[in-house]
Design a binder for this molecule. Structure first.
Ligand SMILES: NC(=O)c1ccc[n+]([C@@H]2O[C@H](COP(=O)([O-])OP(=O)(O)OC[C@H]3O[C@@H](n4cnc5c(N)ncnc54)[C@H](O)[C@@H]3O)[C@@H](O)[C@H]2O)c1
Ligand SMILES: [Zn+2]
Length: 347
């Protein structure tokens, strides 16, 4: 068992935690609540009955949304909130988010806004949700202008992480999560980075737990992303550009794997990152079975980085490590020529 606090949330990490869910509702406030279990069409059939049964004295309503990022929308938010209203969930309600990051972000945003805000308990079921999406209190939905543009900070009361649930996660989703684990190693912990590269494709309990700790430390140091939290964007400036250029045929994890490889090279090319870092990043990415190269037009990718939230005063800012496990400054403005030259070369 591992327990920690992150930005006002209690995190419990334990294999089999799902069976003892009630223990984590130990505050009087949560135990008096009515629960809306929000899940998706893949995860619900696997785990919703177990979760509902574990909630002992609560009378849970299970609300199932169709699986997939395309359903992380205001329309789904409307449907879920309407269903909760129809079930007379009042201010004494609690949302239990059971699923991957899509469910977590959407259900978290429902909880943030329903009757001006009710508590949420996160039960992340994908590797990305366990080590990234459920930690830090960011919630929201996608809109036509872009991903995650409408949302709120709404820290969960409790985050229950049961790594044994990863047994049913499809292989490709698991690899996507490993990209974020590699990122956590690069930005904060060289020993952890080595371990992720060594463990390859089957994440152990400790791999999951340490990754959560790293994200928690960073978020606790800078909950509102004024400075240090920006390091979590490593690989994501170019990664997001690649993800959108692929029209989302590449998963987020696949795109940021390529993004990390490119950004490590970018850091080396402008003298911010120690030589050899990019090769080490590449070998960890390879070990996880993730891609390293892309076939997109460099000018198009560059243009896409300009639409990014991270643009400051015309220069796109990158989160570039000084070495594996270390940072000089949290962000570095980089001019177009340097970016183009890295995007143009293949690994
Ligand atoms: N709030 C944040 O800070 C934050 C951080 C990172 C990512 N995110 C968001 O998270 C989302 C991506 O999360 P994701 O990769 O978990 O996507 P997802 O929720 O779509 O889950 C991926 C797929 O795996 C299935 N699945 C999940 N757990 C399973 C299990 N245990 N067994 C079988 N199938 C399972 C899902 O049904 C889905 O089909 C994106 O919307 C992203 O914006 C948010
Ligand atoms: Zn990411």
């Amino acid at each position: 068992v591992r327990e920690l606090d992150v930005a006002g949330s209690r995190v419990v990490i334990r294999d089999g935690a799902l069976n003892d869910l009630w223990a984590f509702f130990a505050t009087d406030r949560l135990r008096e609540h009515r629960a809306a279990i929000v899940t998706d069409s893949n995860v619900g059939p696997l785990y919703a009955a177990r979760v509902a049964a574990a909630l002992e004295t609560l009378v849970p309503v299970v609300i199932t949304i169709p699986a997939g990022e395309i359903h992380k929308t205001r329309e789904t938010w409307s449907r879920v909130t309407d269903e909760m209203l129809a079930n007379h969930i009042g201010r004494d309600g609690v949302v239990v988010a059971l699923g991957g990051g899509v469910v977590g972000d959407l259900a978290g945003f429902v909880a943030a806004t329903y009757l001006r805000g009710i508590p949420v308990v996160q039960i992340p079921t994908s590797l990305i949700a366990m080590i990234d999406a459920s930690i830090g209190g960011k919630t929201g939905v996608d809109v036509s202008a872009g991903k995650n543009l409408v949302g709120a900070f709404h820290p969960p009361t409790v985050i229950v992480v049961d790594p044994s649930l990863l047994a049913t996660l499809p292989e490709r989703e698991l690899r996507g999560g490993l990209a974020e684990a590699i990122k956590h190693g690069v930005i904060a912990d060289a020993a952890y980075f080595e371990r992720v590269a060594r463990e390859g494709r089957r994440p152990s309990f400790d791999l999951v737990a340490r990754s959560i700790e790293i994200k928690a430390e960073i978020v606790n140091a800078d909950p509102r992303e004024a400075g240090r939290r920006k390091v979590l964007n490593f690989g994501h400036t170019l990664g997001h550009a690649i993800e959108s250029a692929s029209e989302y045929t590449m998963s987020h994890g696949e795109a940021i794997a390529v993004g990390m490889s490119l950004e490590a090279r970018l850091g080396e090319s402008i003298g911010v990152t120690k030589r050899g870092t990019a090769d080490a990043v590449d070998s960890a990415i390879r070990a996880a079975g993730l891609p390293l190269s892309h076939t997109f037009d460099p000018a198009d990718l560059l243009r896409r980085t300009r639409g990014d939230k991270k643009v400051r005063a015309g220069n796109v800012e990158y989160a570039l490590p000084s070495e594996i496990g270390g940072f000089g400054s949290w962000t570095t403005p980089v001019d177009d020529a340097a970016v183009l030259s890295v995007l143009g070369r293949s690994p």
